[in-house]
Write a protein that binds this ligand. Sequence first.
Ligand SMILES: [Zn+2]
Length: 471
Amino acid sequence: MAGNDTKNRKAAKGFVKDITDVHEVITSKFPLVMGVRKEHVAIVRPEKPGNAEKFKGKNGQLDEAFKMLKEINNTQTLLIYFSGHYYGGKGFQLGSDEEFLSLEELQTKVLSCLSGVDYKSPTFPLSSKRLIVFLDCCSAPGMKVPRFEEKSCLSLVQLNACRPNQEAYGDAENGSKFTLFFKQGLTGRALGKQCYNIMEGKIKQCQECELSGDLVTLQDLNKYITRHLKPYETSYQTVIYYDNASDLDTKIGYAIQYSIGLRFTFKLGDDEKRNSIQQRMFTNMISLRTILSDKFIEVMQPGSSEEPPLETEGVRDILCIEIEHGPKYVHRDELDSLERVMGAWYAKRDLIVSLRRLSDIRNGKVGMFLPAGYSVKPIKEYLGQNECFQELGPNSEEDTVYSVKLESLSEIAVQEDNPSLEKFGSILVDLEDALSKEKEYKMLHIIFPGAHGKQRNDFICFQIVKQNEED
Ligand SMILES: [Zn+2]
């Protein structure tokens, strides 16, 4: 949750930056830092930092957020991160300087998400309900957790930027130092980044820039942030609150002990090159695929260089990331989620990035580059004349798309009076073989990817769709 500041737009922007950064850290899947699922995270923040808004009330961001969190079944751990202003007596400043959330209101809302008392934790010695709180604000208060009766199963671990009687200064637009070192502590080593204090010239060397062990405890993180705040000679100290917390309850994330780039083997035909991309936080496959497709284009330079430049989006969807189990064609496994890529990476498997094979069209779009001397022109002409193929018109990406029923594939015989058409005919035969028993998918799309009004003459893609996706 990011508060607002209508008198200081820069401060408001800083709060939003803090929360955006924290969101990236806690949801990052690769590297795995905390592993919170994105769909389980609610963000409350001003849409236009500095302009007054209402967070509370029906359809307000705050109420919507807690409504969503409450609907998640049997929540065991709830994490709250706040960056903004807090005033003793009033509470957390929300969308404007007239809107506040008192500490008591927050506690009530939080408890409603953690209800459903389970006295015996199935994950003993982890408490069955756990509240993790980070308050990056002035006069940061300690949360008071009421006991669920006597046999409390609720634990609290909390780290605040300062004591209740202190002021923690943010750094305006760049966000606060507390959040900066929160993020750096949890991810710095994994991302191979230099310590912020060295970059700022505050110190020459950082002796204690890593978190040891396998799991990060709140205490470790507190020590890390404290020693990194030292050069700033702040007039405040970070403080920890524990209540009813076992040793396991204080563990909040994974300590990552490596800092190398992500290595991949890029393959195109017989060509094979090893290369790496800089480690960064990935929260979904699209972000990884986007970076890999840029790298693939750069390293492998597929297709003819005389054609218009390849678009990232065009290549992104036709790449597959896989691992091999043996020398044969069938001994391979396409990794279709970040969790699987991450698992293979931690197991030190060789990650292969190549164009998805025609026979794997059920896994996604396939694409191919025609050899020198071949052209898509006669193929397009042919498709335009044959009534089995329907032109769908350029889509949003300016691709030219033709559609054909899978069941008609067997009736089509491409006249082989031209090398490009002959090649196309053989692709259709291969597709017909691969899809002969297909029930779920009904249509085949033949796509000529567009690129700012120009189309490459050597690039063609295929995709299968269910009938209802067509409209
Ligand atoms: Zn450091």
